[in-house]
Design a protein around this ligand. Structure first.
Ligand code: NDP
Ligand code: DA3
Length: 327
């Protein structure tokens, strides 16, 4: 059977990560990258792969089995997702949790009208952590679920800060509360507000002439991203930014602390330790691109989340091989 033809829409940290991840999956091949920038200015890891202008993307709908959308969730995907789902089977990492229901409906409309598949919110959170929150509740109905991230770089929050007028460069680190994590691990099943679990810290390089107080206020009050957290904003120069904030480690864990029987303590913990947040997220996107291709061939169309995907569809191994090797 032919290799799955994959393309990338939007070439940033995620786009680069998808390019690298595809090279690790021999049943797939990268047929092209689409960018809103001048194609000749976009430098890929493998310069032999063509870069096309986003404006021309509709012309390639018959050359691509799955389009992996690597735009920012704050302002790229809300427009690109529903649009591209009309022409391609798509996968994206949409992570503005508060807006998932409306984004799902928009994708579902486009995908069903086109007879295609559109997978949203694939990655680790949302994505693999979402699956583990579901497993925890379904398996241990009596209990509490906790999600902690970091200390590490959130790409969604960093992208959101980069979109603030007056910001030239920016990264955002998420810091989990040590006290909150200790209480959860001790099995206390505490009630914890959003603010009690994490704080956020940004490092920003201001654009020429921008007002630091105005930029800080725009960040700390930003709905869905910062408003519910205590956030520190540090202003640094470009040189410091480049030397001190170029790596993107992250990680975290999902804990289900529950009880069975009369009062038997049970704990499920799933954790990630990521040397590169974008490269890991991209590896998840590529595995789900395989599932999207298979669902499209089965004509199982419309919007899908990780909750809708049988795990076997992710694997290049046949069901018989999986039963033999991994069960
Ligand atoms: N679900 C999950 O677990 C995760 C989700 N994510 C999501 O992935 C999204 C993308 O993250 P990330 O790749 O870090 O975002 P980037 O800021 O690196 O890229 C976003 C877009 O910006 C454009 N761009 C990239 N580099 C440049 C540049 N040098 N100059 C001008 N434009 C540029 C690209 O579009 P173009 O090529 O068209 O110019 C790109 O698609 C995040 O917003 C987040 O929501 C990330 C990690 C985990
Ligand atoms: N979507 C996140 C992935 C994880 C990280 C995170 C956070 O630090 O707030 N929330 O979810 C990202 O863009 O990195």
């Amino acid at each position: 059977s032919h290799r799955i033809r994959v393309a990338i829409a939007g070439y940033g940290n995620l786009g680069r990560g998808v390019e690298a991840a595809l090279a690790q999956n021999p049943d797939m091949r990268l047929v092209g990258v689409f960018s809103r920038r001048e194609p000749s200015s976009v430098k890929l890891l493998d310069s032999s792969t063509p870069v096309y202008a986003m404006a021309d993307i509709e012309q390639y709908q018959d050359d691509v089995d799955v389009m992996i959308l690597c735009g920012g969730s704050k302002s790229d995907l809300p427009e690109q997702g529903p649009y591209l789902a009309k022409f391609f089977n798509t996968v994206d990492s949409f992570d503005t949790h508060a807006k998932v229901p409306e984004y799902y409906e928009a994708l579902d409309q486009s995908a069903r009208d086109a007879g295609r598949v559109a997978m949203l919110s694939v990655g680790w959170d949302p994505g693999l952590f979402s699956l583990n929150r579901l497993y925890g509740e379904a398996i241990l109905p009596e209990g509490e679920t906790y999600t902690f991230w970091g200390k590490g770089l959130s790409q969604g929050h960093s992208d959101a800060v980069r979109r603030v007028p007056g910001v030239q460069s920016a990264v955002q680190y998420t810091l989990p509360s040590e006290n909150a994590m200790a209480r959860v691990r001790a099995g206390e099943q505490p009630e914890l507000s959003t603010r009690e679990k994490h704080t956020r810290e940004c490092f920003v390089v201001l654009a020429e002439g921008a007002d630091a107080d105005v930029v800080r206020e725009s960040i700390v009050s930003m709905p869905d991203y910062f408003a519910d957290y205590d956030t520190v904003v540090n202003f640094i120069d470009q040189e410091t930014f480049k030397t001190e904030h170029s790596s993107m480690p992250h990680g975290g864990f999902v804990i289900r602390s529950g009880n069975t029987g009369v009062n038997t303590k049970q704990t499920i913990e799933y954790s990630l330790a990521l040397g590169s947040n974008p490269e890991f997220t991209s590896s998840v996107l590529v595995a789900y691109a395989r599932a999207v291709h298979r669902l499209a061939r089965l004509n199982d169309i419309g919007a899908k989340t990780v909750f809708d995907i049988a795990p076997g569809l992710l694997s290049p191994k046949s069901p018989a091989q999986l039963r033999k090797e991994l069960l």
